[in-house]
Design a protein around this ligand. Structure first.
Ligand code: AHR
Length: 483
């Protein structure tokens, strides 16, 4: 649930997690201030190396002595790729961060053979040429990477090596069969649509799963949201779209399951999701230069963005019966909750807060949580509930955590939280992320402008808690069994 994504895009890798000789870097070139924030954020798994970057990437360029590695043109992001950071550096970084790696095989310009050789390099213990290379490059022990993506966004015409659904499905099926022959323990993610708005959406999932249903474990989903024009209220209700998207992908997967008379449940890997001001990136004049690690999509996230992000997490937890993997995209600098500038300590964007607190306290089971609330009217989704929420129960301690958003751009709501099924509980804390100016952001000049605040005004009788939540707010209420 609390995965993230590191792509060779902009300053996510170079200047983000990796900055040799930087003021905060260790002897491996890893930024230690970023490592500390990644730990605080609670990230569990990281998908690498792309993204659109993946489809033009030859992983062999990024292994071996750094001085011998070639510099290449990255066509996806019109950047220079120096290959100073590759598979071995990524694995080392994951181990420094205590994070599980999730790798992707290039099925754009890459072949079945490339994918098998990468898997051999990463996971084989038997004597083989690629395992030998890995050992010579400093890692005699295999990396044992469990989760593998079979390409990236292969439905998108912008993707190098984009293919029609059936063609991609056949290739992904072949690669899946081969990878399982080499390492039967792998868990495989086949590409779904790059977004729900694609004209081929649903037909793509259907055709791809027809070819791969019994060979893969997850189908991917990617979902990004931004304010369109000045329609803040629709933006605040963005999770309505994600709820529908998840339901649609389950429906298509289940229809393939029925046609195949299969017992297998196809899980969802929401392996890219976030608030992303893609329109700003698209509007930016294209540089004629091929620059190393240009600044791309380094948006300053606002309070409203953080509320939307917290709501997307509520949607993800609500469908944790089918979503078994989710990666916020990305981790540092590019579309990210962590910002790292040269020579200054990295800082938390507003979106860091709902992610890190949910990751820390959404422990145990996600509960079916019924919400009754006043409606708000949106241009895009019609009438939606102003409130959305999910509760989790940590069975080991009996602690309950409630994550709650007020998506109304205008009105505060008095909320009654009825938890009578649990017996007497006492409130540990109610924290709220909100601001009189919903466009307020954390910046290098004022990195702590926005942070969640303790909200002491709650009242509680037995298992019923009453709180007031302001418009455009993300809230967390934690409770424990009363003595
Ligand atoms: O995360 C940025 C980009 O968004 C990824 O490279 C691509 O997969 C998606 O379109």
């Amino acid at each position: 649930m609390f995965g993230a994504f590191v792509e060779h895009m902009g300053r996510c890798v170079y200047g983000g997690i990796f900055e040799p000789d930087g003021a905060f870097s260790d002897s491996d070139g890893f930024r230690t201030d970023v490592l500390a924030l990644v730990a605080e954020m609670g990230v569990t798994i990281v998908r690498y190396p792309g993204g659109n970057f993946l489809s033009g990437y030859d992983w062999k360029d990024g292994v071996g002595p750094p001085a011998d590695r070639p510099t290449r043109l990255d066509l996806a992001w019109h950047s220079l790729e120096t290959n100073e950071f590759g598979v071995d550096e990524f694995m080392k970084w994951c181990s420094a961060a205590g994070i599980e790696p999730m790798m992707a095989a290039n099925l754009g310009t890459g072949t079945l053979r490339d994918a098998l050789e990468l898997l051999d390099y990463a996971n084989t213990d038997a004597p083989s040429e690629w395992a030998d290379h890995r050992a010579k490059n400093g890692s005699p022990r295999p990396y044992a990477v469990k989760v593998w993506c079979l390409g990236n966004e292969m439905d998108g015409p912008w993707q190098l090596g984009h293919k029609p659904a059936q063609e991609y499905g056949r290739l992904a099926g072949d690669v899946a069969r081969g990878m399982r022959m080499l390492d039967p323990s792998v868990e495989l993610v086949v590409c779904g649509s790059s977004q729900r708005q694609m004209p081929s959406f649903a037909a793509w999932e259907n055709a791809v799963l027809e070819e791969t249903y019994e060979l893969v474990d997850h189908i991917s989903m990617h979902a990004y949201y931004e304010i369109e024009g000045t329609d803040l209220q629709s933006f605040l209700a963005s999770s309505t779209d994600l709820d529908g998207y998840i339901g649609d992908v389950c429906a298509v997967a289940d229809s393939v399951k029925a046609r195949k008379r299969s017992d297998k449940v196809m899980y969802l890997s929401l392996d890219e999701w976030n608030v992303w001001y893609l329109s700003r990136l698209q509007a930016r004049p294209k540089s004629p230069e091929w620059e190393r690690a240009p600044r791309l999509s380094e948006d300053d996230y606002t309070v409203a963005d953080a509320v939307v992000l917290g709501n997307l997490l509520i949607s993800i937890l609500r469908r944790s019966d089918r979503i078994k993997m989710a990666c916020i995209a990305q981790l540092v600098n590019t579309i990210a909750a962590i910002r790292a500038e040269p020579g200054r300590p990295a800082f938390r964007q507003t979106t860091f807060w709902p992610f890190s607190l949910t990751a820390r306290y959404a422990v145990g089971q996600a509960l079916v949580t019924r919400v009754v609330s006043p409606a708000v009217s949106t241009g895009k989704y019609g009438e939606v509930d102003s409130l959305d929420a999910i509760a989790t129960l940590d069975e080991a301690t009996g602690n309950v955590a409630l994550f709650l958003v007020n998506r109304s751009a205008a009105d505060a709501v008095d909320v009654t939280v009825d938890l009578r099924g649990f017996g007497p509980l006492e409130v540990i804390e109610h924290v709220m992320l909100s601001d009189p100016d919903p466009m307020r952001a954390n910046t290098a000049a004022d990195p702590a402008a926005v942070a969640p605040l303790d909200r002491p005004g709650w009242s509680s009788t037995g298992s019923v808690v009453t709180v007031n939540v302001t418009g455009i707010s993300w809230n967390m209420i934690r409770l424990r069994p009363a003595d």
